[in-house]
Design a protein around this ligand. Structure first.
Ligand SMILES: C[C@H](O)[C@H](O)[C@H]1CNC2=NC(N)=NC(=O)C2=N1
Length: 107
């Protein structure tokens, strides 16, 4: 398990640069199931056996988002859920996005 999952998302007030380059790659290596898209957001696709299982997972992700005050975009349908996360305030990635993704991996 990545130790990212033990940490807490922190609200971003802006004024920090989005993660890029080597620092971004180092974090990405800790979450091999997530794609880093355009150095801008993280994305992972999940598959389930039916609509209900996908919906239950969406609700668990939603509870985590409220608990962490860090909210992903969620796209879902029968048997599939796609999670996208980035930090809106800076329109890019921060450590909180990786922390959130690691916590999703542990659900
Ligand atoms: C004030 C509050 O912390 C912010 O609006 C939060 C809420 N949830 C958020 N979720 C995500 N994914 N990115 C953010 O920048 C963000 N900002």
């Amino acid at each position: 398990m990545s130790d990212l999952a033990q940490r807490e998302c922190v609200p971003c007030k802006g004024g920090v640069p989005p993660l890029k380059g080597e620092k971004l790659e180092e974090l990405a290596r800790q979450l091999p199931d997530w794609e880093v898209v355009d150095e801008h957001h993280l994305r992972r696709k999940f598959r389930f056996g039916n609509f209900r299982e996908a919906l239950d997972f969406v609700n668990r992700v939603g509870e985590l988002a409220e608990e962490q005050n860090h909210h992903p975009d969620i796209c879902f349908g029968w048997g599939r859920v796609e999670i996208t996360v980035f930090t809106h305030k800076i329109d890019g990635l921060t450590e909180s996005d990786f922390i959130f993704a690691a916590k999703v991996d542990n659900l």
